[in-house]
Design a protein around this ligand. Structure first.
Ligand code: NAP
Length: 279
C-alpha cells in the first residue's frame, strides 16, 4: 500500500469553504492557547473550585447546564452539520458514518447520560460555566462534523495504521474515561453525598487502577480518546479540538491535584496530576 500524507479529498484549495474551514481551525488553535493560559491561572469555578462561581453570572441547574453545553453542540449540532454539509449525500461512504458514530458515542454519553447520572455536590452552576463550554463546543464540533461530512477517504483507508491505531486509542480512552468517572460517582454512592455542602466535605481520595498513578484519570482517558480521533481522522479539525481539550485538562488537572494535596494530609505523594509518571 502506498502511504499518502493526506488520505482523503477535502475542499479544493482557495474556495470559500476551504478558507472558512481553515480560518476557523486557526481561530480554534488560538482559543486553545488562551484557554490554557487563563485556566492555568484561575480554574473554571465549578466542582472543587466553585468559590468564585458568583462572578460568573446567575446560577442555573447543573444537570441542565451540562446537557445544554454538551448535548446541543455535540449531538444535535454535530448531526445537523454532518448531514447538511456535504457535496452530495451519495458522496458519503461507510467510513464517514463510522467516524460519525464514534464521535456520537462520546457526545451522547457526555452530553446526556453523564449529567443525568453523576452525583454533583451542588445542584447549581454559574451560567458562565455553561456558556464557556457551549460556545467553544459549537466551534470545534462544527469543524469536526464538517471534516467528516465532506472528506472522501481513500477506499483502502480502513487498513491504514492511522485509522486502526486511532480507533483503538479512541476506544481505550473512552473506557478509561468512563471507568474513572464511574469511580468518582461510586465514592459518593458508598460514602455519602454531602449535597450542597462546602469546602472538601463530600470529596474522598479515590484509590485503585489508574488512580494510583494520577489524580485525574478521567481527563487522561479523554485526552487519549481525542488523540485517537485526530489520528483516525488525520485532520486539523481533530487536532485543534484535541489541543483545546488538552488545554482544559492540563490546567484543571493541575488545580485538582494541588487541591487534593492541600485538602488531604494523607494524599499519596507519588501520584501525578494527569500523565502517569510524568506530570
Ligand atoms: N473535552 C473537554 O474539553 C472537557 C472539559 C472538561 C471536562 N470534560 C469531561 O467531563 C467529565 C467531567 O469533568 P469534570 O471536570 O466535571 O470532572 P471532575 O471534577 O473530576 O468531577 C467529575 C464528577 O465526580 C465528582 N468528584 C470529583 N472528585 C471527587 C472526589 N474526590 N470525591 C467524590 N466525588 C468527586 C464531581 O463532583 P462535583 O461536581 O460536586 O465536584 C463530579 O460529579 C470528564 O469525563 C471530563 O473528561 C471534558
Amino acid at each position: 500500500m502506498i502511504f499518502k500524507p493526506i488520505p482523503y479529498e477535502f475542499y479544493e484549495y482557495g474556495t470559500a469553504y476551504f478558507w472558512v474551514h481553515f480560518g476557523l481551525v486557526i481561530f480554534g488553535f488560538v482559543l486553545a492557547i488562551v484557554t490554557f493560559l487563563s485556566q492555568r491561572v484561575n480554574p473554571a469555578p465549578y466542582g472543587k473550585h466553585d468559590q468564585l462561581a458568583a462572578n460568573w453570572g446567575p446560577m442555573i441547574p447543573q444537570r441542565l447546564a451540562h446537557i445544554t453545553s454538551d448535548a446541543i453542540p455535540g449531538v444535535l449540532w454535530f448531526a445537523l452539520i454532518f448531514f447538511l454539509y456535504s457535496k452530495e449525500q451519495s458522496d458519503k461512504e461507510i467510513i464517514n458514518y463510522v467516524l460519525f458514530g464514534i464521535f456520537l458515542l462520546h457526545t451522547v454519553h457526555r452530553g446526556i447520560i453523564h449529567p443525568l447520572v453523576m452525583r454533583y455536590k451542588s445542584s447549581k452552576v454559574a451560567l458562565g460555566i455553561c456558556l464557556g463550554a457551549l460556545i467553544p463546543n459549537f466551534l470545534y464540533h462544527f469543524l469536526n462534523a464538517n471534516h467528516i461530512a465532506v472528506s472522501k477517504y481513500d477506499k483502502n483507508y480502513y487498513y491504514d495504521p492511522r485509522f486502526i491505531l486511532g480507533i483503538l486509542l479512541f476506544l481505550i480512552g473512552f473506557v478509561i474515561n468512563r471507568w474513572a468517572d464511574w469511580m468518582l460517582r461510586s465514592l459518593r454512592r458508598t460514602r455519602g453525598n454531602f449535597i450542597e455542602s462546602s469546602g472538601s466535605a463530600g470529596y474522598y481520595i479515590p484509590y485503585g487502577g489508574l488512580y494510583e498513578l494520577v489524580s485525574c484519570p478521567n481527563y487522561f482517558g479523554e485526552l487519549v480518546q481525542w488523540i485517537g480521533w485526530t489520528l483516525a481522522t488525520w485532520s486539523l479539525a481533530g487536532f485543534v479540538w484535541t489541543c483545546f481539550s488538552a488545554a482544559t485538562f492540563f490546567a484543571r488537572a493541575y488545580h485538582n491535584h494541588m487541591w487534593y494535596k492541600e485538602n488531604f494530609e494523607n494524599y499519596p505523594p507519588n501520584r501525578k496530576a494527569i500523565l502517569p509518571f510524568l506530570y
